[in-house]
Write a protein that binds this ligand. Sequence first.
Ligand code: GZL
Length: 308
Amino acid sequence: GKQVPGLKTGTNIQKRPILLGFSQLGSESDWRKANTLSIKESAEESEISLLFENAEQSQERQFEAVRSFIKQKVDVISIAPVVEKGWEPILKEVKQAGIPVIIIDRLVEVSDPSLYVTFIGSDFYEEGRKAGKYVLDKLANTPGPIGIVELKGTEGSTPSIARGKGFHEVITKRTDFAVLESANADFTFTQGKEVMRSFLQARGTSIRVLFSHNDDMALGAIEAIEEYGLRPGKDIVIVSVDGTRKALEKLMEGKINSVVECNPLLGPNLIQAVNEMIDGRTLPKRIVTPESIFTEVTAAREIGTRRY
Ligand code: GZL
């Protein structure tokens, strides 16, 4: 195992695996399942032993997991925070215990940046802007007014806040674009279908565009649109975020028009950050995962290599 400083006993240095406590926020989507698998696989490949706790969307259960990691005296704690607010107290407890914290995937809103070493995750604001730009391009030659509906992710989560902000800022360029409905559907297939059904009942054929904050909600919405009697990808332009295999398949069928990539494979970045930190190296405050955008054209090329 790695040499953990302060573990010298006598002449030989005591070697034991690094203990990483990871609080995962849930298993709400294909993206999340891929994220969990990536972290477990990367920990296995390295000499790091992983304590994994799944909070199933409950911030309180994330706090409990972090407290149990403190009790177990782990070397590092990593958190994928379900929402941004409410993390100061628990992160102060971790700091008092002298355990470094790595935030991954989503961000925490804290006034004291020393409460975590680094944040590894996507630029969600840019993802929202990419989605907005796609809609502007797709409808460049379509006269308004154009009705848009939005399926938002978990209320108060970084991806939902930032994707929405980026998207809305970009589409203001067209004054004949109107957001008719915008509601949270918690990143899940089931709620995406239910909320889209309610949008259709309220607004019917005035809906011309759907912006979904993730693929699972978009896939649910596609079922609602087809049950309503409209053609997803044709009567309603659909742009989504993540880039899961199921979404790329719909992209190839023409039922989704564009998918903005959000990379869930954060395992290698996390494990590398843990090892570098244990070796006493300083880490950048922010590590951004590289991402692109998929359309009907590129989906075919991508689908073969997708791992999730
Ligand atoms: C984004 C991640 C989001 C995904 C959803 O990094 O937090 O949560 O976009 C997932 O699919 O549920």
